[in-house]
Design a protein around this ligand. Sequence first.
Ligand SMILES: Nc1ncnc2c1ncn2[C@@H]1O[C@H](COP(=O)(O)OP(=O)(O)OP(=O)(O)O)[C@@H](O)[C@H]1O
Length: 701
Amino acid sequence: MSDISRDLAKILAFSNAIASATDKYVLGAIIGEQLNDLFGIYEYCIYINSRDGRWSWPYIFDVDTQIARQPEFQSWIDAPNDLNDDLHRYVKSAQDVILLDLEGYLSLPGTAQYRQMLESIGVKGWGCHTIRLADEQVAFLTFHHTQIEEMKPRLGLFKSICSQLGITASNLLSRDELEQREREKTILLSLSTEIASLKIRDDLFQVVNAKIKDIFSVTQFGIVKVDEDGKTHSAFMMDLGLSKSYQAEYERIAALKYSIHDSVFQKIIDAQETVVINVEEVSAEPNCSEYVGFWKRAGFVSLVCFPLRMGDETIGAILMNRGKKPFKSSETHLLKGICAQLSVAVSNILANEKVMRQLAEINQYKQQLEDEKVYLQEEIKTASNTTDFIGASPEVKKVMRLVGTVGPTDSTVLLLGETGTGKELVARAIHNNSSRKNKLMVKINCAALPPTMIESELFGHERGSFTGAHERRIGKFELAHGGTLFLDEVGEMPLDMQAKLLRVLQEKEIERLGGKTTIKVDVRIIAATNRDLEKEMAEGRFRSDLFYRLNIFPIHLPPLRTRQEDIPMLVNYFIGKFAKKTGMKVEGATNNVMLEMKRYSWPGNVRELEHLIERSVLLESGPIIKQIHLPTPKTAINGDGEPIFRLVTIEENERQHIFDTLNYCSGRITGVGGAAEILGLPASTLHSKMKKLGIRRTHVK
Ligand SMILES: Nc1ncnc2c1ncn2[C@@H]1O[C@H](COP(=O)(O)OP(=O)(O)OP(=O)(O)O)[C@@H](O)[C@H]1O
């Protein structure tokens, strides 16, 4: 038999042998046996190149060799070979079979590490041959051998057999790919039914965490989304499996937004398919975002990223860490399919979240309107807030000037003055002079509430936050959102509440009693008091930090007794107002009445005057008020008819005035003609004032 026909017979026998193989591992063993018989090849491996020509993987090999029994074998098989490293560039460029003795092989780049192992198992040399199909390098075969010289004359046969192997490997690969596609289809089908209808992040997280991490052997993953502004991206969901020491930093980093043109995200936008982010490299780029530094500290080396797209628009990306293991093209194909589904799921969830947010906002507006309605209805019942501020004295003109100046600003205003001097009226004038005038001015009287209620009144409470809290209730701060909060009698606020109020003024957010979240509030503050706050501060009853917060723009309202020239104007104004209200035909007052009123000390200031006129209008039968029933005068008249003031404190004045009024009403506090009505105070306020001033009903005659 000639050499040619002998070789042909061997090729034929080889073909028959490998044709009988039932799977890749049997095939691996048969090829090993044949190569050993024919060429003394001791151990071999067929590497398949990835379609993009960047990597190659061990594909067919004999698992029953000494090398395969080495403990590191599995990691060699799993690790891809970079086709662009020096060793592989050398292999790719070879025109013919490479045959090297062991020294020659070990001098190639990256091979020296195998010396000990190869020598210990008696390897004498190494060879390699590129396998081509239709001129394309699709694979290569490497081998170790023990009889290099014997092989040299048989290279022709070796190359023919390599061609055979090329066809076999390619068929096998096609079959594998087909099977892979089937597997992908099954995975995609099961995923699509699971994630298509998801509306909540947590649910998607469960699926991604359970399936995708498993399918791609991923240790950590994250999904980021492009924000609504289209300019930034932020975390959508993450499972970084970080140790506790990184948690706090992670939470800070994950709460921020980053430019979509940063060193990582720009690459994802530009990528057609997977993009591998080398953490070290991107951290050196000028447009690197802060989170990359965090990745470095957390020990991430490289991340595989894939854009999430809806049409041409990038809506986010998935980032995965699986160490140094790159994606095979088959995996990329599957990832692409999964990412198409993820894109739909992420965009559905984002749309759903937006709808939920809008619904919550609508409900909040609805609730706010409802609360405002209730508040306004109560106000209408009690308030006389449409009165003009009457007066032409220089003191009143100064007040009006200050109102005009501070009104349009957002500054905090502190109104100081005795009771009844018009502090609330001025507060309303300031509010009406501001851009907040179409929102509410909400009033809270700090003196009228038991200390335990002030907190819930100001900040609201959640249902069940304390005994009696049957319903959720929003506080005055929330009610005044966008408008003004008028803190009347702020000097009466208990010290612990002052601290809480101060915190809200500083942070501009509140927490409802029993609530878990903070609520941002945009509220302008106007505070009022008839106390001397500086004295209160000196005596430790008022916090100095709160005082300085409130005392930004103080306005002093003068007592009525220091601006007697305003009295006729006020008297005429109130006569007109009450005549109209009651239908009485009263038009004015006699000079005597005016004089009497000018001489009076008006401890209750304009409020007292107002009530006195109301009573006088009702009691007057003619068109002119001829008689006025002033309470027991606190003043004596000197020879010139001028009042001589008895020097008393405001508190004494107040005590006496309440006492006189109670006498006048025969001790009746509530109801029509009761002391509370005459003094223009809610009965509860009068009660607390009486308690504070030590007045008992039994004292009244
Ligand atoms: N200059 C004024 N012109 C017209 N009405 C006035 C004027 N000043 C006060 N009033 C009236 O007097 C009454 C008391 O005024 P207001 O409630 O504003 O006083 P206050 O200083 O806030 O009192 P308190 O300290 O007791 O709360 C109100 O009915 C108000 O309309």
